[in-house]
Design a protein around this ligand. Structure first.
Ligand SMILES: Cc1cc2nc3c(=O)[nH]c(=O)nc-3n(C[C@H](O)[C@H](O)[C@H](O)COP(=O)(O)O)c2cc1C
Length: 203
């Protein structure tokens, strides 16, 4: 498959066939992830490949529990709760995928991040350099998975339960869970989304 065809043909897939994926294919996909560029070549990504249904369900349940807890706190007539309840299926469908890739950023002190903090108001436990590097690895793996006939979906909605999922998976500071990526044989064919014009400017 030509690279541009993989780029344009990849879609977010949210329904998967109940078929397992050969380990060699997962290895190929993950190899493409770790060949991404990274700030100062730190390769600060870490990935956990979850195939155990009990563990996937534990993670999805943790997300549902956060919504329930917030509902208790804010009341069921709150705007944020009604939005969260609508979004919840988009945060938990990964439990049906045969494979779940957990993407982690291991934060490394960086001079550029420190200088940025000193000179702007930008302060965040996850640095731009770390997150950008993991994001590049994620895009690589999405494209490679697509080129092998698999579907994926980059998910950050589940991070409403970041703390709880990190505890379940034993992810500790300076590591941060930054995305979940279900992987499987697509059981749906989503249509491409219209591209918004005018987002590229030449000067
Ligand atoms: C950083 C990021 C976070 C996303 N989080 C979610 C998510 O939590 N749940 C979900 O269903 N889709 C999620 N998506 C998928 C987007 O909804 C999807 O990429 C977008 O609608 C465009 O569709 P396409 O990927 O098929 O081109 C996310 C995508 C990105 C890049």
């Amino acid at each position: 498959m030509e690279l541009i065809d993989a780029v344009k043909g990849r879609r977010s897939v949210r329904k998967f066939k109940k078929l397992s994926i050969p380990k060699e294919d997962i290895d190929k996909i993950m190899e493409s992830a770790i060949w991404a560029p990274s700030g100062s070549n730190r390769q600060q990504w870490r990935f956990i490949i979850v195939t155990d249904d009990t563990l996937k369900n534990k993670l999805a349940n943790a997300i549902e529990d956060v919504v329930k807890e917030m509902e208790k706190e804010l009341g069921d007539d709150s705007e944020i709760i009604s939005r969260l309840k609508k979004s919840l299926p988009y945060y938990t469908f990964f439990r049906e995928a045969p494979v779940l890739i957990v993407a982690i950023d291991e934060e490394v002190p960086s001079t550029s991040s420190r200088v940025m903090e000193m000179r702007t108001n930008y302060k965040c436990p996850i640095s731009i350099v770390g997150l950008s590097s993991v994001a590049a690895a994620i895009q690589n793996l999405l494209l490679t998975a697509h080129s092998l006939g698999y579907g994926t979906c980059w998910m950050t909605g589940p991070l409403i339960a970041k703390k709880e999922m990190e505890q379940i998976l034993g992810i500790e500071d300076p590591q941060h869970l930054v995305a979940l990526i279900p992987l499987g044989i697509p059981a749906e064919s989503p249509q491409p989304k219209q591209r918004i014009e005018g987002r590229v400017e030449y000067r």
